[in-house]
Design a protein around this ligand. Structure first.
Ligand code: SAH
Ligand code: SF4
Ligand code: F3S
Length: 475
């Protein structure tokens, strides 16, 4: 399958709104029994895509009469939206499920739902059916839009409901969403992935690439802007291949130009860019834009051509370096960040030295470094020459040190400058400070009133603390 176009399924969204009305009756009955409104807690594991999905789940739950609870302990319905990109994400879910079991034994009316990427794996479903029988509802990534319908089935049934689809071509729009932040929002522009990097499970659990209709995307962003959103993050596993399978193909760069025209949106971010598909047109659009943020997350994964080939990344280190050179020439103030994997099968000390060399050459503002995790069913899982855990650990520590030194050096370049920050939240450690985010994604903490949250201020970057700044407002 090479991917296909999806259009908004209006009949389905009308049907789901009907299920929301039915589910609301069950919520009301539960509320009468409890003598208060029932509460929900959605816990998100994994990436921005999952975070956005959780906002959709929360939107449906609030529409049918649930109130949010901050902790699982206070909730009558707990939803775990899971991730399976690395095994430690799975282990965390199993660990917390044990805890939920003890909560449920004290509160038998409590319902537990599991969804997200982990649920698309048959071995996970088998294990849940066998060892976690107290779970009430299990669904996957492709049928999240029918959450209300699944809740109705759950309330009607006594046992565990499991509904997992292998694939879908459906995109259902116009469902409720409850945003975590009033002033910024993720926006899905595409779903799935066709790249099949040899280590990665995402294409198997998220299905084939499907782009959303540009008019639907723009309509959603206009509505968000009208609702006070000043920053949008366009989401996809590989935004650079957006629009290729649409009936009227439209490049990602052209989509960005259209998003830019929306009044009220002051900042545009996107995630993630695959280096092999990053076009000159995109660099031009970014360069000319006053709204697209000066930050590009460009996962490298590994620095040696041999490992890149085995990973099926489809670029060489020279091509990647030429690309980052072009980006930096066009936008000298841009921040580049990346993802790196240590311990891919067959990785040698020389390969790791090449990754370190790339970090020093590109001078990343930040890099997320991951220990390779073997994912069943991926091509890399069958590759020989597993690297011994101790060697991986040593290599990881060496790489991390270079990443941190480079990031510190990069951060210091902004010392003393005045930059625009979006005020995001009260500082966690010191309530008299607010935390703001610069266009290049760097955080700065400064004295201010919480009434400024969601507003833009000019901040002087006074003291660099390695990975963040402290400063003061100058306007
Ligand atoms: N679509 C994005 C990445 C999604 S997964 C992209 O292509 O950049 C986020 C990151 O998790 C990846 O960039 C990769 O560095 C890491 N990752 C994916 N599979 C992994 C695995 N099996 N072991 C360790 N890290 C992995
Ligand atoms: Fe995984 Fe590669 Fe797709 Fe990213 S592009 S989600 S790393 S297969
Ligand atoms: Fe994890 Fe799924 Fe995202 S596997 S990284 S939550 S797409």
């Amino acid at each position: 399958m090479t991917g296909y176009t999806s259009t908004n399924d209006e009949k389905e969204s009308a049907l789901q709104r009907e299920y929301m009305r039915q589910a609301a009756d069950y919520t009301e009955r539960l509320g009468k029994k409890l003598g208060r409104k029932p509460r929900y807690c959605v816990v998100t594991f994994g990436c921005q895509m999952n975070a956005r999905d959780s906002e959709k789940l929360s939107g449906i739950l609030e529409r049918i009469g649930y109130l949010p609870a901050a902790r699982e302990e206070d909730a009558d319905l707990v939803v775990y939206n899971t991730c399976t990109v690395r095994d430690n994400a799975n282990q965390r879910v199993y660990g917390r499920l044990g805890y939920l079991k003890s909560l449920k034994s004290k509160k038998p009316h409590m319902k537990i739902a599991l969804c997200g990427c982990m649920m698309q794996e048959q071995n996970v479903i088998d294990r849940i059916r066998e060892s976690y029988r107290f779970v009430d509802l299990v669904f996957g990534t492709h049928n999240l839009y029918k959450f209300a319908q699944l809740l109705v089935s759950m309330f009607e049934s006594g046992g565990m409901i499991v509904d997992i689809w292998q694939e879908t071509d459906r995109i259902v729009e116009d469902l409720p969403v409850s945003r975590k932040y009033p002033y910024k929002s993720g926006v899905n522009i595409m779903f799935g992935c066709n790249n099949f990097c040899s280590y990665c499970i995402v294409p198997y659990v998220r299905g084939r690439e499907r782009s959303r209709d540009p008019d639907e995307i723009l309509r959603e962003i206009e509505a968000l802007a009208a609702d006070g959103v000043v920053e949008v993050m366009l989401l996809g596993q590989n935004v650079n291949s957006y629009g290729r399978n649409l009936k009227h193909p439209l490049s990602f760069a052209r989509l960005l130009r259209r998003v830019e025209q929306i009044d009220g949106v002051r900042r545009i971010r996107f995630m993630t860019s695959h280096p092999k598909d990053l076009s000159e047109e995109l660099i031009d659009v970014m360069k000319d834009s006053s709204k697209i943020c000066r930050h590009l997350h460009l996962p490298l994964q590994a620095g040696s051509d041999r490992i890149l080939r085995a990973m099926n990344r489809r670029y060489t280190r020279e091509q990647y370096l030429a690309l980052t050179d072009r980006i930096k020439t066009a936008m000298p103030d841009i921040s580049l960040t990346t993802d790196l994997i240590v311990g891919f099968p067959g990785e040698t000390a020389e390969d790791v030295a090449q990754t370190i060399d790339m970090v020093q050459r590109v001078e990343y503002d930040n890099a997320y470094t991951f220990l390779y995790s073997k994912r069943t069913g991926t091509p890399a899982a069958a590759m020989p020459d597993t690297v011994p855990a101790e060697t991986v650990r040593e290599n990881f520590d060496r790489l991390l040190k270079v990443v941190q030194d480079t990031a510190r050096k990069r951060a210091a370049r902004m010392q003393g400058q005045v930059m625009e920050a979006l005020v995001e939240e009260v500082n966690e450690q010191d309530g008299s400070l607010m935390t703001g985010r610069l266009s290049n994604n760097m955080l700065v903490h400064f004295p201010a009133d919480s009434g400024l949250i969601g507003r833009f201020v000019d901040v002087s970057l006074d003291v660099c603390h390695g990975f963040y700044y402290t400063g003061h407002i100058v306007s």
